[in-house]
Write a protein that binds this ligand. Structure first.
Ligand code: ADP
Ligand code: ASP
Ligand code: MG
Length: 407
């Protein structure tokens, strides 16, 4: 008999019928003799709806009260799923994040877990009960409700699997696994039987929202057997594995996109040591993550432009701190653009193949798509382009790297 954690996402919780389908899967796994813990998301759209109320009341809502509000979506679905299981004759109960508790730091809105007390829950599993745990929720050291960041229920599931010493963690979602790109944008995207942790981590961090980045990190660290499957079919899903378990050789494994990007250009930065540090110090001080950076070489003017990207949700704050620093640093002005997006290609094969970036630049160039910034890592190349070309660029790159399903 094994112990498994099954996680159901928002679409799989959207309404009583779908909750019943998820309950049927959990009950079937229990019938097969497994110990079953289920982690649930809020109903699709619910977290956005709750966040909307907060923003209607305050343009910058108190982070701790915001968490109280948005964490409630998962409380509802965990209770409904437990009720459904009970109605089906199963022994089941819900365990809220604060009841376990799931301990986190105090970074409201994007808290990091530090521990999960699974003592009582583990005993319930051993006794044959199905445990239903709301994802996304945590409790800070000063006993305030926290949340783990958007998409964070995947991370709750993997962390619970690690804490319970579970044999596997299955992420049930609205597609049949991890694809070579978002199948909603490219119908010819191919489902991957396996993907390496490193590739999945990179894809998630550049925008493939099928798994929350931190969930992949945790699974890799704690050696959790992690798979992605469909809630709506019995098709085999995708297993996330160590690199040496990948037999198929491929240069590029996937293409991802991120719309949540904004470009900031700082004009006329003095060309002297320390000027760039002075630009980024207030941005870092405000806790804003900078992603891509481009700096041109100054020619004879003694001044240059520095371009960088931040999440578009952070743009107003980034512009405010830049404006405040203008006089001290002595730059000319600031331009910004939110109509940009980042497209990335990821693959372990990049380490051993030359010309991967050239394929990308040529494919985009041929379609008249202009590249505004570039960044690379060992297994990833990202470009910043105008948002209007997002879908075209993803499709063109998917074809250029030979990822389209045949036929
Ligand atoms: P859930 O609510 O189940 O957590 P998400 O919406 O967070 O589901 O993630 C699933 C979605 O991720 C899919 O519907 C798909 O549109 C998107 N997605 C983006 N990139 C990929 C990819 N490479 N493979 C599969 N799905 C992807
Ligand atoms: N409900 C949360 C969200 O929409 C967490 C999750 O679904 O993973 O972001
Ligand atoms: Mg998700």
């Amino acid at each position: 008999m094994s112990r498994i954690v099954m996680k159901f996402g928002g679409t799989s919780m959207a309404g009583v019928e779908r909750i019943r389908a998820a309950a049927t899967r959990a009950a079937a796994a229990r019938e097969e003799g497994h110990e079953v813990a289920v982690v649930v998301s809020a109903m699709a759209g619910e977290t956005d709806r709750l966040a909307g109320f907060c923003r209607e009341i305050a343009s910058v809502p108190s982070p701790s009260e915001y968490d109280v509000v948005v964490a409630s979506g998962e409380q509802v679905t965990s209770g409904l799923l437990a009720l459904t299981l009970q109605a089906m004759g199963c022994q089941a109960r819900s365990w809220q994040g604060w009841q376990l508790p799931v301990r986190t730091d105090g970074t409201h809105g994007s808290a990091r877990m530090s521990s999960i007390d699974t003592g009582a829950l583990g005993a319930a599993l051993t006794a044959g009960e199905i445990a239903v745990v709301p994802g996304f929720q945590g409790l800070s050291l000063d006993n305030r409700v926290t949340t783990l960041g958007r998409g964070g229920s995947d991370t709750s599931a993997v962390a619970l699997a690690a804490a319970l010493g579970a044999d596997e963690c299955r992420i049930y979602t609205d597609v049949e696994g991890v694809y070579t790109t978002d199948p909603r944008i490219v119908p010819r995207a191919r489902k991957l039987d396996r993907i390496a942790f490193e590739e999945m981590l990179e894809l998630a961090s550049v925008g493939a929202k099928v798994l929350h980045t931190r969930s992949v990190e945790l699974a890799m660290k704690h050696k959790v057997r992690l798979s992605v499957l469909s809630s709506f079919s019995d098709a085999p899903g995708t297993l996330v594995v160590d690199e040496d378990e990948i037999v198929e050789s491929r240069v590029i494994t996937g293409v991802a996109y991120n719309r949540n990007e904004a470009k900031v250009t700082v004009l006329g930065v003095p060309d002297r040591p320390g000027a760039v540090a002075e630009i980024f110090a207030p941005i870092a001080g405000a806790g804003i993550n900078v992603d891509m950076i481009v700096q041109n070489i100054a020619h004879d003017t003694g001044r240059t432009d520095v371009t960088f990207t931040v999440p578009s949700t952070e743009l107003p704050r980034a512009l405010a701190v830049m404006e405040a620093a203008r006089e001290a640093v002595g730059f000319g002005g600031v331009l910004s653009d939110v109509d940009v997006c980042k497209i990335s290609v990821v693959g372990l094969g990049m380490r051993s193949h030359a010309g991967v970036a050239l394929t990308m630049f040529e494919a985009l160039g041929k379609r008249g798509i202009n590249i505004q910034a570039i960044s690379t890592s060992e297994i990833k190349i990202s470009v910043l382009i105008a948002e209007e070309y997002l879908e075209l660029a993803v499709r063109v790159l998917h074809t250029a790297y030979g990822l389209d399903v045949a036929g």
